[in-house]
Design a protein around this ligand. Structure first.
Ligand code: GLU
Length: 384
């Protein structure tokens, strides 16, 4: 019998659908996948070259558990220069982004601690909170507000047991970008109550309107924040599994204790390649973002043409979270779309109770696939 801890969580909804899609494809079914949140582009050539060079020069050993100094420095400098976060290399731990989130939950959440997060939110936050024995406290966000968190609702959700607030901007699954003035209000609330914020900024480079703001850039807030980010989405490096946590040094030391007992360190040659990814030319990254923007506009236009469908305007990431007006649970709808239309989407409820009546479309796929996949959705909906 597996532990009660594990029994309390389902397997990841995003990964489950993507596994199913891979299986169907291997059986010869022509599936259009809008399920997995991953760029369809290949990692830029200069990054691949840097990895090969690193391997050939013998970098096949453990690295320091915190990460190689060159990468820790590069991450700190980029975050400081781009986002105004007052950090240096001592504030950086190199680790896969999801591993960082998992370790942060274990490092800070005790049984019964409450963690505030937006509803809907990415699937694995809730699982990590529960695995640590904590209680997820969802704060609803509204389609009408473009899914931006309301600081008054965040404040109202705080109790003496609140240990952490999780933010994710731009957001997976809604593409919402939390405006700077809203972040400032949340920062004031967190600082005045002494509540830590975990700020997942993995989509920080994929933003179409305005600029990314890190909550850690507000005066005094760095001491209260753990940033999580990485290169998976920005540099089409999902399979390389490389990201980081940025926080005050004592937090980094605490999280590193878990790293030392789990993965030991991030992959050696991937760390070298990531130095190139973030300090080398950024043309490939910028071209990808331009392409995502075109695809977003195309997908939104096509989805909005389906009778009974409405879309908010995602300002970042590569997801659309359409609302549909049929009386069918989102998990069932996703199943029907896959079975009848051979098109894979993620049900809204994978992202929290507020996701009912919605589903997530990842448009990080080619324009042809977007046109074909949405026409399949339209056809199935017409038959329901
Ligand atoms: N973050 C991506 C997604 O939401 C990849 C899968 C996962 O990490 O959940 O689809």
């Amino acid at each position: 019998m597996v532990s009660k801890r594990l029994q309390a969580i389902p397997a990841s909804g995003t990964i489950a659908i993507s596994n199913l899609v891979s299986q169907m494809k291997s059986e010869g079914v022509d599936v259009v996948s809008f399920s997995m949140g991953e760029p369809d582009f290949t990692t830029p050539g200069n990054v691949i070259d840097a990895a090969c060079e690193s391997l050939r020069s013998g970098n096949t050993h453990y690295t320091p558990s915190l990460g190689i100094p060159a990468l820790r420095r590069a991450v700190a400098e980029t975050t400081r220069d781009r986002n105004g976060v007052p950090c240096d290399a001592s504030n950086v731990l190199i680790t896969p982004c999801k591993q960082a989130i998992f370790m942060i939950a274990l490092a800070y959440i005790d049984p019964g601690d409450e963690v505030i997060l937006a509803d809907p939110s990415w699937v694995s936050y809730e699982a990590c909170i529960r695995l640590a024995g904590g209680v997820p406290v969802y704060v609803p966000t509204r389609f009408e507000d473009n899914f931006v968190l309301d600081p008054a609702l965040v404040e109202a959700a705080i109790t003496p047991r609140t240990k952490m607030i999780i933010l994710n901007t731009p957001s997976n699954p809604t593409g919402a970008v939390i405006p700077s003035d809203v972040l400032r209000q949340i920062a004031d609330i967190a600082m005045s109550r002494g509540i830590k914020v975990m700020s997942d900024e993995i989509y920080e480079s994929i933003i179409y309107e305005g600029r990314h703001t890190s909550i850690a850039s507000f005066p005094g807030m760095f001491d209260n924040t753990i940033i999580v980010s990485g290169v998976s989405k920005s540099h089409a490096m999902t399979g390389w599994r490389l990201g980081w946590a940025i926080a005050p040094e004592e937090d980094i030391k605490a999280i590193n204790k878990l790293q030392s007992h789990s993965i030991s360190c991030a992959v050696s040659f991937v760390q070298d390649a990531t130095v190139e990814a973030i300090t080398g030319p950024q043309d490939a990254r910028d071209a990808m973002v331009r392409e995502f923007r075109k695809r977003r506009d195309l997908a939104m236009d096509l989805i909005s043409e389906i009778p009974g469908f409405e879309c908010n305007i995602p300002q970042g990431a590569f997801y659309i979270f359409p609302k549909y007006n049929r009386d069918i649970p989102s998990a069932k709808l996703a199943e029907v779309l896959l079975r009848e239309g051979h098109v894979a989407v993620t049900p809204g409820t994978a992202f929290g109770p507020g996701g009912e009546g919605f589903f997530r479309v990842s448009y990080a796929t080619s324009e042809d696939m977007i046109v074909e996949g949405i026409s399949r959705i339209k056809k199935v909906m017409g038959q329901l």
